[in-house]
Design a protein around this ligand. Structure first.
Ligand code: PEP
Ligand code: MG
Length: 606
């Protein structure tokens, strides 16, 4: 069991989550990381992370050849799917192209006359079982064999084998990438792990909440859950240990980081009241929609929303956000086998820009890698994904992908104000190279007579790598704007994986080193006269609002549901006092003292 950390954005009011874990009624209370506020009262839907459920069936002797043929067709189809991926990646050069080539070649070999294919056929013939069961058993057998070997390379191949197995099963069962269909009413998804791509498939209209064993408060699954406004608790270590069954009643309290399994009628009544209070406070805050974000002493702050999925636009507009400060374009690549074409990306982005009706949309180029690896890009999982070929590094290594996306964004810029944001910039050179590619795309589009904004969209750098923050003064002269990504900045500065629940209690954006890097970046932007926005999860936490303003930040972008609460905080903040207090805070040497001081200051302002 885990207690929410002091830096957990949404921990707010942890109720006395009773010391006794099991009470005689069978009610079980578990704690984890509350990552998206709200209360879900529903029933358990156990989600087996991407696995397709397979029933074993006996095959009649005269059906064996047909079953083998069915399997063979599924394998041939999988081979074609891999070939399509290879074709799309075919004109790549460099290390990335080579790496991708090896991976896809290995996949193709696995699908052609391999031990896997022979093994499945032997099981169909020998055991007279259906192809799906044969695939599953053969994959499990190979995986067990690999896992038993003390070889890290082979152990890493297990993920590839499972991936091929899933592809075969999907083809055999004609299962599309939509695992969340036919859910019970008020389903609470309970899983060992949910990837950001899995989470993107959840429809908050049908799903009441989310509870998982794995996951940190600032990982992309948490961010996705917040953007869907789905009450969620992650990192609950005991969640799947107590023989939890589908259909059982469950409550998720996403603010407190508490999950109640088999709640008693009295507990249900308590949480119904809490839910009503929560909804009421949201309604009250919603009244702030049309008032400006101004401090008590009259400083105007720009409040924008972060967007993970295009269907959030209505909520973004409803929240009173003045624009989209961060559109994470990864959704374009999720839950699919292929890469979206330039045209497909353009249509989606144009739609967003048009709906935002004159408000600025900041589109970040794809930040695949780390915990948001998109199979569509064919990224191999390197030994350390967070430090590997991801984001702009991948974009520069695979210019075909970057060019298509930049073209799509440039075309969308003809329909309303757009900014282009580049993730994971580490060097001035990367930004320069990206600008050159952008100019090349501008020339190509102009030659073809295709409209783009005039002047072309500003090109900004995410400051989320400590090295970039430390050279923010140089980068600022090459960038049209900064977006300070405090999620990764904290992760890399403190060497703490933001999505690992085991170290979640150590993840702390109030560490003096992180605050100094934010301040240094904000000052560099000011000197170069470019805007600097904070768009990490820190921006959406009202506890940090006055501090960020005091450090010189005038531009915040956050998960949509937090816009009203942060606006409320801005309106009760005095900027002169916040600046003085920030100075006091920057003199401190430890995060705990800083948190304490901030709590005191915030209590005084509220
Ligand atoms: C960040 O790192 O702070 C950020 C905003 O980007 P992401 O969360 O998508 O990595
Ligand atoms: Mg980031």
């Amino acid at each position: 069991m885990k207690t929410p950390t002091s830096t957990d954005t949404l921990k707010a009011s942890v109720p006395p989550a009773s010391a006794e874990a099991v009470v005689p009624t069978g009610e079980i209370i578990l704690e984890g990381l509350g990552v998206a506020r709200g209360i879900a009262i529903g029933v358990v839907h156990l989600h087996d992370s991407g696995a397709i459920s397979v029933q074993e069936r006996r095959i009649a002797a005269n059906r064996i050849e047909a079953e083998c043929a069915r399997f063979s067709a599924a394998a041939v189809r999988a081979g074609h799917q891999v070939e399509q991926l290879q074709e799309k990646a075919g004109h790549l050069g460099g290390a990335a192209g080579e790496e991708l080539g090896y991976l896809l070649d290995a996949y193709r070999q696995m699908l052609h006359g391999s031990r896997l294919i022979r093994g499945v056929e032997q099981r169909i013939r020998g055991d007279r079982i259906n192809a799906e069961a044969a695939v599953q058993q053969e994959i499990n057998g190979i995986v067990r064999g690999f896992e038993a070997m003390d070889d890290s390379y082979l152990a890493a191949r297990v993920a590839d084998i499972r991936d091929i197995g899933r592809r075969l099963l999907r083809n055999l069962t004609n299962t599309p990438y939509r695992p969340f269909t036919a859910l019970p009413k008020n389903a609470v998804i309970v899983a060992d792990e949910m990837t950001p791509a899995d989470t993107a498939l959840l429809d908050p209209g049908h799903v009441a909440g989310l509870a998982t064993v794995q996951g940190g408060a600032e990982g992309h699954t948490a961010i996705m859950a917040r953007s869907l406004s789905l009450p969620s608790v992650l990192g609950i270590s005991g969640l799947l240990k107590g023989g939890l069954r589908g259909g059982e009643p469950i409550i998720v309290d996403g603010a407190a980081g508490v999950v109640v399994i088999r709640p008693t009628p009295a507990t249900i009544a308590t949480y119904r009241r809490k839910r009503a209070d929560f909804l009421k406070s949201r309604r009250i805050l919603a009244r702030l929609r049309d008032v400006p974000a101004v401090t008590r002493d009259g400083a105007r702050i720009l409040l924008q929303a972060n967007m993970e999925l295009p269907n959030e636009i209505a909520a973004v507009l409803e929240s009173g956000a003045e624009g989209i400060g961060l559109l994470r374009s990864e959704f374009l690549f999720m839950n699919r086998d292929d890469v979206p074409s330039e045209d497909e990306q353009y249509q989606v982005l144009r739609d967003v820009v048009e709906h935002m009706d004159g408000r600025t949309v900041t589109v970040r180029t794809f930040d695949a890698g780390g915990d948001k690896l998109a199979p569509a890009l064919g990224c191999a999982i390197g030994p350390n994904p967070s430090l590997g070929l991801r984001a702009i590094r991948l974009g520069l290594a695979r210019p075909d992908l970057l060019e298509a996306q930049l073209s799509a964004i440039l075309r969308a810029s003809a329909h309303g104000p757009v900014r282009i944001l580049i993730p994971m910039i580490a060097t001035v050179e990367e930004l320069r190279a990206t600008r050159e590619i952008m100019h090349k795309m501008i020339r190509t589009l102009k030659r073809k007579g295709i409209a783009i904004a005039d002047p072309p969209p500003p090109l900004g750098a995410m400051i989320e790598i400590p090295g970039a923050a430390l050279s923010a003064d140089s980068i600022a002269w090459q960038a049209d704007f900064f977006a300070i990504g405090t999620n990764d900045l904290t992760q890399y500065t403190l060497a703490i994986d933001r999505s690992d629940e085991a170290v979640a209690h150590l993840y702390n954006p109030l560490h003096p080193a992180v605050l100094r890097l934010i301040q240094f970046s904000a000052e560099a932007a000011l000197r170069a006269r470019i805007p600097a926005c904070v768009c990490g999860e820190m921006a959406g936490d009202p506890r940090y609002t006055a501090l960020l303003l005091g450090l010189g930040i005038r531009d915040l972008s956050m998960t949509t549901s937090n816009v009203p609460v942060v606006k409320n905080r801005i309106r009760s903040t005095d900027l002169v006092a916040a600046t003085q207090r920030a100075r006091v805070i920057m003199d401190q040497s430890d995060a705990a003292r800083i948190a304490q001081l901030l709590d005191g200051f915030n209590a005084g302002e509220a």
